[in-house]
Design a protein around this ligand. Sequence first.
Ligand code: C2E
Ligand code: MG
Ligand code: MG
Ligand code: MG
Length: 284
Amino acid sequence: IAMSHAARSVTPTFVIHEASMNDRRALDAALAEALEGALQRDEFTVLYQPIVDLASGRVVAAEALLRWQNRLHGSVSPATFIPVAERSGEIVGIGRWVLEQAVRQLAAWRAAGADLSVTVNVSPRQLQEPHLARDVLTLLAKAGVPASSLVVEVTESAMVEDAVEVAVLRRLRSAGVKIAIDDFGTGYSSLQYLTRLPVDVLKIDRSFVARLDGTAEGAAIAEAVIRLAQILRLTTVAEGVENQGQAAELLALGSERGQGFLFSRPVAPESVSALVARRADLAA
Ligand code: C2E
Ligand code: MG
Ligand code: MG
Ligand code: MG
């Protein structure tokens, strides 16, 4: 009796699951095809989201965030197309292009007098290219910007554990490039990561920022990450700061930096310059 009951309750969900899996595969295949040649067709743009010093409100950095506009699929979210590009390998060329754009933009901001850093998401697939470190350092040297003004973000959920990947990060870091762990606290091995990887920055995942509500329970994870970062002498950036209450609480907990819609959405590079200039005005 128990078995037939189990079979009856399991079968329908299995069928639904299988159907949605097939839809998913078909969409992924279509997206993978559309991604081929997307660079050549000039379908990508990079937006930049300001990262602010919470105490002063000054813009200190900007995260490069990729946008894709395709003729067939319209505007596709990176959360959808990045995993597809990782599986197909297209991420290697696309990621290299993002790095080129971001370093070029960094040089332009700095030439205009803005003391900014730029932070770029790099997927593990890119770190598997042994020459990535050399390529990035060449880009920085050609642009004439210090390596320390580039931050490479790797997500924890991506499980960087391969020896080649870690070696690439170490090589970048010994040349001065900063390494950030993105979405910290959401992966399987947060704490182990810190012992294995060369790290400078922890980005507190926005799910923990969303829980800040003025209570000790709400603040528990954010507070623990901030304390950990302080002990290890790492910088913290709180992601997904959407309101003033969260910003104030993060500052009180000791987080140095914040990023989120409260300060700015991801915007075109000119708008970042305007935000930097407006702050300079206010400070003067
Ligand atoms: P991420 O690196 O954690 O980037 C932060 C994401 O949170 C961005 O989504 C940003 O628009 C969003 N966000 C920022 N502030 C807020 C806020 O206050 N509230 C809410 N609800 N969301 C906020 P986006 O641009 O859609 O990117 C999604 C993810 O796609 C990124 O997460 C990153 O993992 C990946 N990604 C984006 N660009 C690239 C890229 O050039 N290369 C790689 N490998 N991954 C990328
Ligand atoms: Mg990121
Ligand atoms: Mg993140
Ligand atoms: Mg994320």
